[in-house]
Ligand binder design. Structure first.
Ligand SMILES: Nc1ncnc2c1ncn2[C@@H]1O[C@H](COP(=O)(O)OP(=O)(O)O)[C@@H](O)[C@H]1O
Ligand SMILES: [Mg+2]
Length: 355
C-alpha cells in the first residue's frame, strides 16, 4: 500500500517557514503533481516525504506507518531529481544497475532487469556509453530507468524535465504519463510549470508561500480556481482580471469597472457595494459578439487560434482567443462581449472566490 499522508507538516529553516502546516492524502497509484512558483515549498515537502529533510513538526505516514524516524533508504521510494545525479565514470548500464548492485543482486538478474528498464525507456542502444556521451533527453531517461529498476511503490520526482529543451519536455510528458499507466505506481511530482501539471496529473496540489491553495483535478482547478492566485497561475494566456464594484440595478446586480459595466448572472454571490475582481479567460472574451467597443493593439497567431489584445478604456488590455480566420490587425476597431458562463468573481481584497 503506497498511500501517503501528510499531517500538519511544518518545516522551518531558521526564521523561514518553508512549509506551513500541509495536510494532504496522496492516494495509492495516483499521479499527484505539486505545483507553484519558485520558493513555495514544493521541494521541501517532497524532501520530507523522502526523508532528506526532517519535519519541524507534523507527520509523514506511508502506508500505515509514521516514517518520520525512518531513513530515506528504508522508505521504499524511488527518487528522480532535476540534476539527475548520474555517476559520470560509470556506463549507462552500470548507472541503471546501481540500485541492484548495492543489494548484491546476481549478475544474471541484474542484466535482465537493466535490459528491461532500458527497453522501457527506449535507451537499450546506449548501455555502453557514459552519461557525458548522452544527450540531455537520453540522460533523463537513464535517470528514470535507474529508478524504475528498483521497482519502488512510490516515485518522487523534483522538476525532472526542467533541464530539457521545450520539444523534448513535451515528448517526455507524454512518456511519463504512459509510464505511470504501465507501472501503476504512485507518482509524486514537483514542478513550477502549470502546463506540465495540467497535462500529466490525476490531481494537482497548488502551493504558494508554504501553504496549499487548492487540491483538485486539472479541469476542476482550471474551471473553478479557489482564488485569484490559482486563477492567474493556470492557463495561457493569463486570465483577464477587471477590478470594480458590484451595484444593484433594478433588482439585478451590475458589475461596474473602469469604462465597462455589465449585469451579473442572478445569484452571482457577492452583494451590492462589494469591491470585486472579475476574472474571465481569453476563450470567454467574445470578439465580434456584444456591444462593447475596443481597439486591437496586438495579435499573436498560434496557428490553430489567434490571441488578440485590445484596449477598451480599462486599466489593462483584454486578451481574447479568436479563430485565425478572423483577420484583425493593430489599430482595428472591434466590438466584444463577455461570456457570463466564464465569469470568475473574487473578493477584491482577499482574492477568495465568491461564485
Ligand atoms: N536548506 C535551506 N535553508 C534555508 N532555507 C531554505 C532551505 N531550503 C529551502 N529553503 C527556503 O524555503 C523556501 C521553500 O523552498 P523550496 O521548498 O526549495 O521551494 P520550491 O521547491 O517550491 O522552489 C524558500 O524560501 C527557500 O529559500
Ligand atoms: Mg524546488
Amino acid at each position: 500500500m503506497a498511500r501517503i499522508l501528510l499531517k500538519d507538516l511544518v518545516k522551518q529553516f531558521g526564521r523561514v517557514t518553508a512549509v506551513s502546516g500541509v495536510n494532504l492524502e496522496i492516494h495509492d497509484g495516483e499521479f499527484l503533481i505539486m505545483v507553484g512558483p519558485s520558493g513555495c515549498g514544493k521541494t521541501t515537502t517532497l524532501n520530507m516525504i523522502s526523508g532528506l529533510e526532517t519535519p519541524t513538526s507534523g507527520e509523514v505516514v506511508i502506508g500505515d506507518q509514521v516514517v518520520n524516524e525512518i531513513e530515506p533508504g528504508e522508505r521504499g521510494l524511488g527518487m528522480v531529481f532535476q540534476d539527475l545525479a548520474l555517476f559520470p565514470h560509470m556506463t549507462v548500464f552500470e548507472n541503471i544497475a546501481f540500485g541492484l548492485r548495492v543489494k548484491s543482486v546476481a549478475d544474471e538478474e541484474v542484466r535482465r532487469r537493466v535490459l528491461q528498464a532500458a527497453n522501457a525507456m527506449h535507451i537499450a542502444p546506449l548501455l555502453d556509453k557514459r552519461p557525458a556521451q548522452c544527450s540531455g533527453g537520453e540522460a533523463q531517461r537513464v535517470a528514470l530507468a535507474r529508478t524504475i529498476i528498483t521497482n519502488p511503490a512510490v516515485f518522487l520526482m523534483d522538476e525532472p524535465l526542467s533541464s530539457l529543451d521545450a520539444k523534448l519536455r513535451l515528448d517526455m510528458r507524454t512518456e511519463l504519463k504512459h509510464l505511470h499507466e504501465r507501472l501503476k505506481a504512485t507518482f509524486v511530482y514537483v514542478t513550477h510549470d502549470q502546463a506540465e501539471a495540467m497535462t500529466m496529473a490525476d490531481r494537482i496540489v497548488v502551493m504558494r508561500g508554504g501553504f496549499i491553495q487548492q487540491v483538485g483535478g486539472p479541469l476542476d482547478i482550471y474551471r473553478r480556481p479557489a482564488n485569484q492566485f490559482v486563477a492567474g497561475f493556470f492557463g495561457t494566456p493569463t486570465m483577464n482580471f477587471l477590478q470594480g464594484k458590484v451595484e444593484t440595478d433594478g433588482g439585478r446586480l451590475r458589475f461596474r469597472a473602469k469604462s465597462i459595466d455589465f449585469l451579473l448572472p442572478a445569484g452571482a454571490g457577492p452583494g451590492s457595494g462589494r469591491e470585486i475582481t472579475l476574472g474571465v479567460r481569453a476563450e470567454h472574451v467574445l470578439v465580434g459578439k456584444g456591444a462593447q467597443p475596443g481597439r486591437v493593439t496586438l495579435t499573436e497567431p498560434l496557428g490553430d487560434e489567434t490571441l488578440v489584445f485590445f484596449d477598451y478604456g480599462g486599466d489593462a488590455p483584454l486578451v481574447a482567443k479568436v479563430s485565425p480566420e478572423l483577420h484583425l490587425s493593430s489599430g482595428e476597431a472591434v466590438t466584444f462581449g463577455l461570456d457570463e458562463a466564464g465569469y470568475h468573481l473574487f473578493d477584491g481584497a482577499t482574492g477568495e472566490r465568491l461564485n
